[in-house]
Structure formats: C-alpha cells, structure tokens
Design a protein around this ligand. Structure first.
Ligand SMILES: NC(=O)c1ccc[n+]([C@@H]2O[C@H](COP(=O)([O-])OP(=O)(O)OC[C@H]3O[C@@H](n4cnc5c(N)ncnc54)[C@H](O)[C@@H]3O)[C@@H](O)[C@H]2O)c1
Length: 433
C-alpha cells in the first residue's frame, strides 16, 4: 500500500458518508489553539487519521514515528506538502515522547502495539487517538481504560461509525420504537480480506530500513514475511485478531451503542469456524460465527473472507431484528424493512451529510479534551467492543462456551479461559497491569 497524498485523501473515502453530530458548543474555545500532534504508525490508517486531524485545523504535526523508514519518510513528505511543516522523525515512540512531548498522540500501529504505546503516551501527558481494535488481549484493554482514568487523559478510539449519518439516523429510528422490541442482532462481513487461496508467501530477508524486531515488539519475533507487513498482520493471530477483531470491532461497537439502554455485556459467548478455503500462510479463520447471549437479546457474528453475500444483497453490516420490522446499518448506508413480509423491499431513508466521519470524530476528540467530557468513542466503549471480539476469538480457540462477568471483567471459575485474557510478552516488553 503506498503512502502519499492518496492515503491522506483516503480519509475522505472513509468519510464519504457523512452525518451530523451537533456542533460542539465549546469547540474553538481556545480559538487559535493548535495541538502538537505525533503520529505513531504512518501506514494507511495513520495517514488517514492525520489527514482528518489536519483538515480540522486544530493540530500541528510535530513528529512521525514508524519502524519502517520508507513509510515514515513518505509521510514526512506528505505532511510537508500539505502543511509546510517538517515533522521530526523517529523509530522509537519512547524517544519521541521524551524529546517532543506532544499534546496528542495518534496510535495507528497494528494492534499488538496499541496498548503499550497508548499507555506510554498517556503517562507522558498526551491525549491519545487509538485505532481499533484497542488491544490484542482483554487485560491490555482493561489497563488502557485504567491508565486513561488515572492520568486524566482523553482517549478517543477509531470506531468512527458512531459519527456516521447512517448510524446516527438508524439509532434514532430504532430508539423511537419503529421496529418494536429487538430480540436478535446479526453482524456480518463477507468479503475478501488479506488472506487467500494462493500458496504460502515465503519468508524473505527483512527489507532495508525496516526494524522488524521492533515491529514484532512484545509479540513473537518470527522471520519477515511480506504477507504480514504492511497491512496483512490482521490475518496473523500473533499480531492481529482476524476478521472478527478487525471488522467486528466496528460492528460490535455499533450494536452496543444502538442498544445502550440494554445491558452492555454478554453473559455467554461461543464460537466456531475454521480455515476451509484459505491455503496461504495467514493463520486466522476464513470462516467464523460467534454467538453472544445478553439478558434480553442475542448477537450473532459471521464472516466469510472469500465471498460476497448475494442472496441477502448486503455484504457487510448489522441487522437489528425487531418485532415490527428490521433495520440494516451498512458501511455508510442504512435501510428499513417496515414489514415482516418476505417480499418486502427495503426502504432507504434520506440521511443528512456531514464533513466526514473521521473529521467529526476528531472535532469531538478536541472538544472533549477542552471540556473534559467523555468523547463519543471513549476508550471504555472501544474496550467493550474489542472485548466482544476477543471473547469470540477466545471461545473459538477453546472450542467451547465461555461465561463473561462484565461488571468484574472476568471469566468466572474458568482458569483456562482467564489465562487467554492475557498473553506472554517478549522481553524486554512488560505486559501492562
Ligand atoms: N478505524 C478504521 O476504520 C480503520 C481502518 C483501517 C485500519 N484500522 C486500524 O489501524 C491500524 C493500522 O492499520 P493499517 O491498515 O494502517 O496498517 P499498516 O500496516 O498500513 O500501518 C501500520 C504501520 O505501523 C507501523 N508500526 C508497527 N509497529 C510500530 C511501532 N512499534 N512503532 C511505530 N510504528 C510501527 C508499521 O511499520 C506500519 O507502517 C490497525 O489497528 C487497524 O485495525 C482502522
């Protein structure tokens, strides 16, 4: 994936469907204030976030950190071209925090690095915009929430669909009771994603300029493979969390957000799946279902990473099944089935536009820093959504149901499962407590 102006522009792709959060009353309280921002992880989503942040005219880019020299240098050129600023370049986020002391840090590395960098940044005094899924294991997420609260730092998560016009309008429609009582919610993603039927990609010497040891960081150090970096880590379970962690975090967050008047934790989780089609060297399931039992409703997840979903017309999104109708929320669109008749056609309501989900999320982040209120995609919500996906991955690995005590954030009376809420870190990195 090439970084360059294209990646900056990709922010507007993500934001094409736009919605309206109310204009923050306090936004611009410090009218000409520009927050000194550092980006850690100058890949596709890092640059998209930085582009969105810059477009809100509230930040000044002071540092770019990546373990891949080529990528941080490309990002440097893009920032210089779009803002005239020459950001300082780093390979090590700790050196950057020490030397630059940024006010905001964007964490857009693969997820095995999110917890440590986020926690280091908060402890160094910075507010953080961290990408989803927030963590690779559940206890890391718990430590991130704790750190945010202890340091008083604001952490916004990249679950920007909460800012989408489709999400906002659909949530309002459901809350008004238009589809009655909801007993089942089904989230799904059916499309090709990073893996494939092809033969395994061979390991190769590490490319010039890439600090592979640091890229692997707290996770196992294995030989370099071009299928993993850039981007492909998602389907390698040492670093990513599969399609459920990658895409599922967005939809689990959407579900918990829409159902925010219901309980926010499942009590039981089960999952099954496998690698039925993929023959390459990825190791995540290409096919998976997960079931979550809540007190008053249930959630289903399903993905197939190799095909679309022609019979249902929608490849991606969430169905909220109510007693009076069904709502589908997709990637920037939503629709309503007003009757239960099998021949009913979906209606697609008019939805207002916004300046872009990422831009809205960034404005809300800055507003929250200024007024001390929880941002719309606060770390606690991001952690809850991530936990849903990680519980699904954990149940798949164990091959059996797991119970979940959301209040205590533990798996009761199940030491084997509790062990999977953490992972061993490779020295010298220390698992956050
Ligand atoms: N919110 C969204 O809509 C959305 C969309 C895409 C990706 N993402 C998330 O963004 C994150 C990054 O994904 P991507 O597609 O941009 O991947 P990417 O591979 O394009 O970029 C990740 C970058 O992080 C760098 N990196 C790795 N370890 C590092 C370290 N210790 N310090 C500094 N840099 C390091 C890599 O070299 C790479 O350049 C993932 O967590 C992904 O799930 C979110």
């Amino acid at each position: 994936m090439s970084i360059s102006r294209r990646s900056f522009l990709s922010a507007s792709v993500l934001t094409a469907a736009s919605a309206t959060l109310p204009t923050p009353a306090i936004f611009g309280a410090e009218k000409n204030k520009k927050y000194q921002v550092a980006l850690v992880g100058t890949g596709g989503m890092g640059n998209a976030n930085l582009g969105a942040a810059i477009s809100t005219k509230t930040v000044e880019t002071v540092a770019l950190v990546d373990v891949d020299r080529g990528r941080r240098e490309l990002s440097f050129e893009s920032v210089k071209k779009s803002t005239g600023l020459e950001a300082k370049l780093f390979n090590d986020h700790r050196e950057m925090l020490e030397e630059v002391k940024p006010e905001i840090v964007i964490v857009a590395t693969p997820e095995h690095w999110h917890p440590l960098i986020t926690i280091d940044a908060c402890k160094a005094g910075a507010h953080v915009y961290v990408e989803k899924p927030v963590s690779h294991t559940i206890n890391e997420g718990i430590a991130m929430v704790k750190t945010a609260r202890e340091t008083g730092r604001t952490i916004q998560v990249g679950t920007h669909r909460r800012c989408s016009p489709a999400g906002i309008a659909a949530k309002k429609y459901i809350k008004e009771g238009n589809i009655g009582q909801i007993g089942m919610v089904r989230a799904f993603v059916h499309y090709t994603a990073w893996g494939g039927k092809d033969v395994p990609t061979p390991d190769t010497p590490t490319p010039e300029g890439l600090d592979w040891d640091r890229w692997c960081g707290p996770a196992p150090l294995i030989p370099f493979n071009s299928k993993i970096h850039p981007g492909g880590f998602r389907q390698f379970l040492n670093y990513g969390t599969g399609q459920l962690g990658d895409w599922g975090t967005h939809w689990m967050d959407m579900i918990l957000w829409v159902m925010d008047d219901q309980e926010q934790y499942p009590s039981t989780v089960s999952s099954t799946g496998g690698r039925f089609i993929w023959r390459d060297n990825t190791d995540a399931p290409d096919t998976q279902s997960a079931l979550y039992k809540f007190d008053k409703y249930m959630v289903e997840w399903e993905h197939r990473c190799y095909a679309g979903n022609a019979p249902e017309k929608e490849n991606i999104g969430v169905y909220f099944y109510g007693t009076k109708g069904t709502v589908h929320i997709g990637d920037g669109n939503w629709s309503v089935f007003k009757s239960q008749d099998k021949n009913a056609n979906p209606e697609t309501p008019d939805t207002p536009k916004n300046e872009g989900n990422l831009q809205v999320s960034w404005r809300n982040f800055i507003e929250s820093i200024e007024n001390g209120q929880k941002p719309i995609c606060d770390i606690e919500y991001g952690h809850r959504a991530t936990t849903m996906t990680l519980l699904g991955m954990l149940a798949l690995k164990l091959g059996r149901n797991v119970r979940w005590d959301g209040e205590k954030q533990t798996i009761p009376n199940d030491p084997e499962a509790v062990k999977l809420m953490s992972r061993e870190y490779r020295a010298p990195w220390k698992y956050p407590s």
